[in-house]
Design a binder for this molecule. Sequence first.
Ligand code: CP
Length: 301
Amino acid sequence: MPKNLISVRDFSKDEILKILDAAGKFEKEGQRPLLEGKVVAVLFFEPSTRTRLSFEAAVNRLGARVIGFPDASNTSVSKGETLEDTIRIVSGYADLIVMRHPMEGAAAVAASVSPVPIVNAGDGANQHPTQTLLDLYAIRQTQGALDNLTVNMVGDLKYGRTVHSLTEAMSDFGANFIFTSPEELRMPRKYLDFLSSKGIPYTETDRMEDHLRDCDILYMTRIQQERFPTRADYEKVKDVYELTAAMLDGVKPGMKILHPLPRVTEISTDVDDTPYAYYFRQARGGMYVRMAVLSYLLGVL
Ligand code: CP
């Protein structure tokens, strides 16, 4: 069985730290042809800018080649080919498969039939583990360490796969969580139970202004229209939070704002020029983290 990255729980704390260290080295040293001769398939059944392009950039910077598609409408999926058969075929062409899919559990299904490593680049509202690794990279870069931080997650905590993965990962580092969301978009019970089972403290609120001054990391998320059962459900909550520069008075000096992006209305552009905004640098770090993930899963790290 190849080593896969389906959930952030597939990597131990030591493995996570190894990936972050390697990403730091890639950031310092630039490109290295560690994967020369390899082929990586990048299969996106759902839209993406950052994840797909940073994976492709990572493959290129490591000297490997990319095959794949940015949407499945021109593939034989449109003729009715199953995900399993698609993966069986592509795994005969590539040494590793990166896949994003709208169905929760799709990455695990792919891994169940693949002889090559599968990297989950987002499966529905479930998990987005490489986003979490790049979030951890940004958190460590800005705070100096990952331990004992207060992380305030704001927005769509129900459907937001990035906050699910990040909650699991940060629980290994003694985090204190604040979950800020409207009632309809609360963090799912299974993640709250998981934290309780580990004795990790969390607070829930629906008011963003309540805890802005308490946190080291303010992790903003988009209300994701595409995950709601109806347009009316989305309309009810779509503009519930908008962070503006004026709201940042009195926050901790070292506090940083992260966002997996894309943003819509939840962070006003006047926040971009404050010393707290880190989301664009966060996204850039993703390329180095993905270089590390690919190198690790292909056995050269
Ligand atoms: N953060 C993230 O997954 O962005 P994309 O959807 O653009 O890949």
